[in-house]
Design a protein around this ligand. Structure first.
Ligand code: AR6
Length: 190
């Protein structure tokens, strides 16, 4: 089964691994609205990047409740000690079955905006975790096709981004993304 898909302007790739080890131009963080760190990917990224990353996040403007980025949106910082140049902090939706349509829309949007932000910085390679599928409980089988379709759509336009890598943290997660990538490729299996 193929772990990559060639789109018009670039390639989508799936790997099993840790997002903090990716030597790409930008890594995407599954952040929360406060951008002050947290658990999961966010915690791992802040630990590996060192204190400079948090300092940079805290310098971003916040509203009166300490929110630096609304749900569905992104903010870009440097990457501290990470091998990447930028961290794109992306706030995915908290999944709630009653508002599943809204969550799907916001998940799509956050991927689109992360890719647009990467392109605005001239990035050639971007690595994503499976945003919202941990603490935010978005079902992985629903999240994978949304994330992959947003990447495919971005790579249909002229963009600096040539590689969109999804970094999955466990073999079962990789399998779910593989099935979704296969479905996206269509019967030709492009
Ligand atoms: N590399 C790649 N993937 C990982 C890693 C890693 N190092 N660590 C976990 N995952 P989550 P969310 C996978 O909870 O659901 C934080 O506290 C994990 O298996 O990190 O968007 C933030 O501060 C899961 O599939 O992000 C927010 O408050 C996926 O990454 C909140 O959690 C996302 O899990 C965001 O929740």
């Amino acid at each position: 089964m193929s772990d990559s898909l060639q789109a018009k302007h670039g390639r989508i790739e799936l790997v099993l691994g840790n997002i903090v080890e990716q030597a790409v131009d930008a890594i995407v963080n599954a952040a929360n609205t406060k951008l002050a760190g947290g658990g999961g990917v966010d915690g791992a990224i802040h630990r590996a990047a060192g204190p400079k990353l948090l300092e940079e996040c805290l310098r971003l403007p916040a509203d009166e409740e300490g929110r630096r980025c609304p749900t569905g949106d992104v903010r870009v910082t440097g990457a501290g000690n990470l091998p990447a140049r930028y961290v794109i902090h992306a706030v995915g939706p908290v999944y709630n079955e009653r508002y599943a349509d809204k969550a799907r829309r916001q998940l799509r949007e956050v991927h689109e905006r992360a890719l647009a932000a990467a392109a605005a910085k001239g990035c050639r390679s971007v690595a994503f975790p499976a945003i919202s599928t941990g603490a935010y409980r978005f079902p992985l089988g629903e999240a994978a096709p949304i994330a992959l379709a947003a990447a495919q759509e971005h790579l249909r336009q002229a963009t600096s981004v040539q590689l969109v890598r999804f970094v999955l943290f466990s073999p079962p997660q990789l399998e779910v993304f593989r099935a979704a990538l296969k479905a996206l490729a269509g019967p030709e299996g492009v």
